[in-house]
Design a protein around this ligand. Structure first.
Ligand SMILES: Cc1cc2nc3c(=O)[nH]c(=O)nc-3n(C[C@H](O)[C@H](O)[C@H](O)COP(=O)(O)O)c2cc1C
Length: 339
């Protein structure tokens, strides 16, 4: 996203390296003339003027993510495949499979998150805060988001902040647009906004993912770190808990339809708040963080959720009903699609 002329921005920490390059406003630019692809390409050109300084062959990279509905996982897996091609030995996984202390054993750490309520989901933030010091280790962050105006750039900065707070040296930041998984949007009738992005990720998205991974590798080889800056965005003031509580307050019914439920446990496993009791078919509203993971992933359409008395339809059923298939070109991936 090209910076607005009236935008106030502030520079975030990043000055550990030999040369800095600014990664600002990396929005997808789904509409209008903003073209973040160009910005990324020019950053890569700028970096390529440096002579290679560090061999990355055999270096250990960790690509970890939180992902509820596969968008972020898919992006992470693609980035991991390209890093492998660049010579890294890569571990690519959901953050819940990684022990926080083991993070310091990697030479490069790349974290990915969806944007939820204009921010990094709190449980992923908490996990990253529990990671020990990773002094001067190259770190990068990316987010996936669901449409323009989702505070995606600032959320990517916030994710990178969590890694630089541990001493990490920033080497990359990017954002990738997808179809939004915020089920309430289509359930209350705003289907057009969702369908507008149902073609994503497309070839251009995968090319950007690959470019992002190559830029990280190049920055690491050349000992470069990146300055990055947040945009002035009013969503910074309503992000996270405030937005989440607003949504949760308007969920007037949330329960399990015992007649439909096959007790597969997908909802329980996906709930970051341990709010679901499968046996009784109840959800603890006080614990629920309105992430919609339960309703989005139930393959039996057994999660009852009503928002302002509209029945909320999950992402899984929405995709099925609208015949939406997300393709993964094999050439971009070294790991099979788990879903
Ligand atoms: C609870 C919830 C909140 C969301 N909030 C935002 C948001 O604030 N901004 C945005 O651009 N997208 C938002 N989205 C859309 C997701 O960020 C987007 O679809 C993302 O790619 C999902 O990634 P995942 O499949 O890895 O979970 C939200 C989705 C959910 C389920």
């Amino acid at each position: 996203m090209t910076p607005n002329p009236d935008r106030r921005s502030f520079l975030k920490a990043g000055g550990i390296g030999l040369a800095g390059l600014t990664l600002a406003g990396t929005g997808l630019g789904m509409s209008g003339s903003h073209d973040p692809h160009k910005r990324q390409e020019s950053a890569a050109t700028e970096a390529s003027t440096q002579r290679p300084m560090v061999s990355i062959s055999g270096k250990k990279a960790l690509v970890l993510w939180y992902s509820q509905t596969s968008n972020t996982a898919r992006t992470g897996r693609c980035i991991a495949s390209i890093l492998e091609q660049e010579g890294f030995s890569v571990t690519a996984t959901d953050y819940r499979k990684i022990d926080p202390p083991s993070v310091s054993g990697f030479d490069l750490i790349v974290a990915g998150s969806p944007v939820y309520y204009y921010d990094v989901p709190p449980h992923f933030q908490n996990w990253l805060k529990s990671v020990p010091k990773i002094q001067d280790k190259p770190v990068a962050a990316f987010v996936t988001f669901g449409g323009e105006g989702g505070n995606q750039h600032n959320t990517a900065c916030a994710l990178l902040d969590l890694l630089t707070a541990k001493g990490g040296a920033p080497v990359g930041l990017s954002t990738f647009g997808n179809m939004s998984t915020f089920a309430i949007t289509w359930s209350t009738g705003n289907i057009g906004r969702i369908m507008k992005y149902s073609h994503l990720p497309d070839t251009r998205s995968y090319t950007r993912m690959a470019d992002f991974a190559r830029t990280i590798a190049m920055n690491m080889r050349e000992g470069r770190t990146s300055a990055y800056e947040k945009n002035l965005d009013y969503r910074e003031w309503i992000k996270g808990p405030l937005s989440m509580r607003g949504t949760r307050a308007l969920i007037n019914r949330h329960a399990i339809d015992k007649a439909q439920c096959v007790e597969c446990g997908i909802c329980v496993h996906g709930c970051p708040a341990t709010a679901i009791d499968l046996e009784s078919g109840t959800i603890d509203a006080k614990k629920c963080v309105a992430c919609l993971g339960c309703v989005n992933n139930c393959p039996e359409n057994a999660m009852i959720m009503e928002f302002l008395f509209f029945k909320v339809q999950g992402f899984y059923t929405f995709k099925k009903e609208h015949n939406i298939r997300i393709t993964e070109p094999e050439s971009w991936f070294s790991t099979p699609n788990p879903s």
